[in-house]
Design a protein around this ligand. Structure first.
Ligand SMILES: Nc1ncnc2c1ncn2[C@@H]1O[C@H](COP(=O)(O)OP(=O)(O)OP(=O)(O)O)[C@@H](O)[C@H]1O
Length: 262
């Protein structure tokens, strides 16, 4: 369903993604990991059709990623969901439901059990980040897409919301939807993911089928020092790929890619 062929994205003279190739079939659950700035969101934005590659191609179900038909089969939960600040929760979901030809009442039913259950009439601008994420997720999946892209979905969610999200993701996986999850919280996807892709400085460094191994175990095997994901670092002062100098285990070519050298 996903075919990324030698995709490169440049911002000015900086390469955010370099010559990335990836094919993912319907029903697969792929975890995308890498340090801050390694290109995960850039890759997701390419898959979401929000960004055109500087070189190479990105196709979803045989169509260019920005094509209408690609949009119809895809849902994208962004790290900070774009929402209309001055609409209420109910108005926001009604609008999205109508855009996708769904019955608003059925979409509003999805608020049950979330932190938004009794906040239907609150303005989006009055919601907490965790609430916005939950609203963003409902909005992104209103049309029950066959491809679901999740950028740091657990970030800012409380334990109840994380458990509910895990249940939803398990159900989507059982239903055969293709899921691409970008996360710094890999253990959360253990037992679900069947493929792991590690990005380093904009390059696909590892792309492995998990074959029953957990994503966490595979990552420890591929990257025992934790250098590729900065595992073991505290939540503050997490180094980015740009800020890292010296013997971190990053291959030399990654550093040149980060500097914008092909
Ligand atoms: N709009 C932009 N303009 C210029 N540079 C950008 C832009 N967006 C991303 N970049 C750069 O592209 C590189 C990859 O960024 P990206 O957001 O894809 O990384 P990431 O792996 O998602 O990071 P994080 O884990 O921090 O979310 C970084 O060097 C970043 O500074």
């Amino acid at each position: 369903m996903i075919h990324v062929d030698s995709a490169t994205v440049r911002y000015g003279d900086r390469a955010a993604l370099t010559d990335a190739s990836l094919s993912v079939a319907s029903g697969e659950f792929l975890c995308l990991v890498g340090r801050n700035g390694s290109g995960k969101t850039t890759l997701l934005r390419l898959l979401a059709g929000l960004l055109e590659p500087t070189a190479g191609t990105v196709r979803i179900g045989g169509h260019p990623a920005a094509h209408r038909q690609s949009r119809a089969v895809r849902g994208f939960l962004q790290a900070e969901p774009p929402l209309y600040e001055y609409l209420t929760v109910a108005e926001q979901l009604t609008l999205v439901a109508k855009l996708y030809g769904r019955a608003p009442a059925q979409v509003l039913d999805r608020l049950a059990g979330t932190a938004l259950a009794d906040r239907r009439h609150a303005l989006v601008r009055e919601l907490s980040l965790g609430m916005r994420k939950q609203l963003g997720l409902i909005a992104a999946t209103v049309h029950d897409p066959a491809l679901i892209l999740l950028d740091e979905p657990t970030n800012a969610l409380d334990a109840t919301a994380v458990a509910a999200l895990r249940e939803a993701v398990e159900r989507w996986h059982r239903e055969g939807r293709l899921i691409v999850l970008c996360t710094h919280d890999l253990a959360w996807a253990d037992g679900l993911a069947d493929r792991l892709v590690v990005l380093s400085a904009g390059r696909v460094l590892h792309d492995v089928a998990l074959d029953g191994e957990t994503a966490t175990a595979a990552l420890r095997r591929l990257d025992p020092s934790g250098a590729l994901t900065a595992r073991g670092e505290g939540p503050t002062g997490l180094p980015t790929e740009e800020s890292v100098e010296g013997p971190t285990g990053l291959p030399t070519e990654d550093k040149t890619a980060e500097a914008g050298t092909p």
